[in-house]
Design a protein around this ligand. Sequence first.
Ligand SMILES: Nc1ncnc2c1ncn2[C@@H]1O[C@H](COP(=O)(O)OP(=O)(O)O)[C@@H](O)[C@H]1O
Ligand SMILES: [Mg+2]
Length: 248
Amino acid sequence: MEAVVARGLTYRYQPGGPLVLKDIDFHVSRGEIAAVTGLSGCGKSTLCYCICGAVHHNRDGVMTGQVLLNGKNIRELRAASLALEVGMVFQDPDTQLFSPTVEDEIAFAPENLCLPPAQIRERVEQALDLLGLAALREANPYRLSGGEKHLVALAAVLALDPPVLVLDEVMSQLDQAGKKRVAAALKRLRDMGKAVIAVEHNLEAVSFADRLLVMEKGELLSCGRTAELLADREFMEARGLIYDPPGL
Ligand SMILES: Nc1ncnc2c1ncn2[C@@H]1O[C@H](COP(=O)(O)OP(=O)(O)O)[C@@H](O)[C@H]1O
Ligand SMILES: [Mg+2]
């Protein structure tokens, strides 16, 4: 069974409004990283909201088609079950950080799951370690840089250990060292059998993805092998997408 399936997915932010996603079909397997790219405004963030169910917070929005997470239709999952299936890091990390310290932020979700304290500690330490955040454990998330906030939001999502991860431009505000750390973490998550959907404008940041979903004006133009698509410079440049190797 595929980890993520989108079938005939369409979305408008309000009834009668423009179609922001147009008949999107794709799937992502366990142990696979799918990068999503395309110009600003093409619908990448909206696609993320649909996959993680956040779109249901917009009562005016009209979604048609289907999104399945490990075979479960997201429309039928309650918020608490949804959080166990998929974790998302938003493009604006301020929307999801609310604890006084980095450590508290990461512990929040496992505490809510009422995991035993030893297991909570273990998850927090693993997430801090995986993303190189140990030195910032006492820091106030609000005072961190944009890139560091993304790392903390990602660590907090990882502490829930969901099988599907959706990251919306997490690399964009990181320096080269930060990008390398996230790339290494994503590769490790792939090895652990997670399905990762990583939106990135900057293609170097996701050149290691197994597949590349290229979007244009709400349509999914291609979802082939990353190396093959990046090698097709004519196709990429016609989409306004430029790739400068080497990647991470
Ligand atoms: N809350 C919203 N209400 C109405 N339209 C929106 C909203 N958010 C985004 N859009 C529109 O949806 C389209 C896709 O936006 P978005 O998914 O943010 O694209 P991307 O992430 O690729 O930049 C854009 O035309 C944008 O203006
Ligand atoms: Mg976006």
